[in-house]
Write a protein that binds this ligand. Structure first.
Ligand code: ADP
Length: 253
């Protein structure tokens, strides 16, 4: 069974939710409904995937390379569109989102990648500030929020350094500070610890888990079975584009 409750919602509920823009408080923040994604040339990345994720949940997305994890995450922030099926993120049908509405979605859905994606010629502070500057926040607010966020991720002492001078773990903390600054409803992290050694992996994962504890809904794609065991959160497994397992938090090995 793919969906958490197994019940397929009638299509009209999607329409109603989209039309009103109002979500019931217990409604999942992320809902995939029979989603298939083909890239063409016979490359099917996701096959009939249904999934619901609720507010404040931390979900590990696992499975071998090529299973469709990145594709699933890209669908959540409208970097790709589903070929079939529907995806609701924060009550919006993201498969049908107009280009004009994508930036508003991305302010609420933060993203972290394995390779950090920092700007090497800007300081730590400037890299983090960018998240607020691009949405037009006043400089005073940017300064105070950036300072508070750098403290939260333990990097205030490195604020004037350039990313290449930082360790991998520090770079990933900067990369994480950026979306967290917008207090996203959803945080999507694609192999965020893939380039880090085990100690730094825990450091970053603790920051991600702390964001979930503050109410952010988090999805973390990872191959790292040690990480999955250690945190014992809900774990969704993909294989060849199919959702083959949905194990609840604390659900054993
Ligand atoms: P994972 O993140 O689990 O490694 P991906 O979502 O990256 O899996 O890839 C799933 C499948 O989709 C793979 O077969 C991959 O080659 C294919 N794929 C991913 N992105 C593209 C793309 N932009 N164009 C064509 N095929 C793609």
């Amino acid at each position: 069974m793919n969906g958490r409750d197994g019940a397929a919602p009638p299509a009209s509920r999607f329409a109603a939710s989209r039309a009103s823009g109002v979500r019931r408080s217990n409604e999942p923040l992320v809902r995939l409904f029979h989603v298939t994604k083909s890239y063409g040339g016979g490359n099917v990345a996701l096959r009939d995937v249904s999934l619901e994720v609720r507010k404040g949940e931390l979900v590990f997305l696992t499975g071998p390379s090529g299973a469709g994890k990145t594709t699933l995450m890209k669908l959540l922030f409208a970097a790709e569109k589903p070929t079939e099926g529907q995806i609701l993120v924060l009550g919006r049908n993201v498969g049908r989102l107009s280009e004009r509405r994508v930036p508003a979605l991305r302010r609420r859905v933060g993203v972290v990648f394995q390779d950090f994606k920092l700007i090497p010629t800007r300081t730590v502070e400037q890299n983090v500030a960018l998240a607020l500057e691009v949405v037009g926040r006043p400089p005073r607010e940017v300064r105070s929020k950036v300072f508070a966020m750098l403290r939260r991720v333990g990097l205030q002492h490195r604020r004037h350094d350039l990313p290449p001078a930082l360790s991998g773990g520090e770079q990933q903390r900067v990369a994480l500070a950026r979306p967290l600054l917008n207090d996203p409803a959803i945080l999507v992290a694609d192999e965020p610890t893939g380039n880090l050694d085990p100690e730094l992996t825990i450091e970053i994962m603790d920051l991600i888990a702390a964001a979930a504890a503050r109410g952010t809904t988090v999805m973390v794609a990872t191959h790292d079975q040690n990480l999955i065991r250690r945190y014992a959160r809900r774990t969704v497994r993909l294989e060849a584009g199919r959702l083959v397992e949905d194990r609840p938090a604390g659900g054993g090995r």
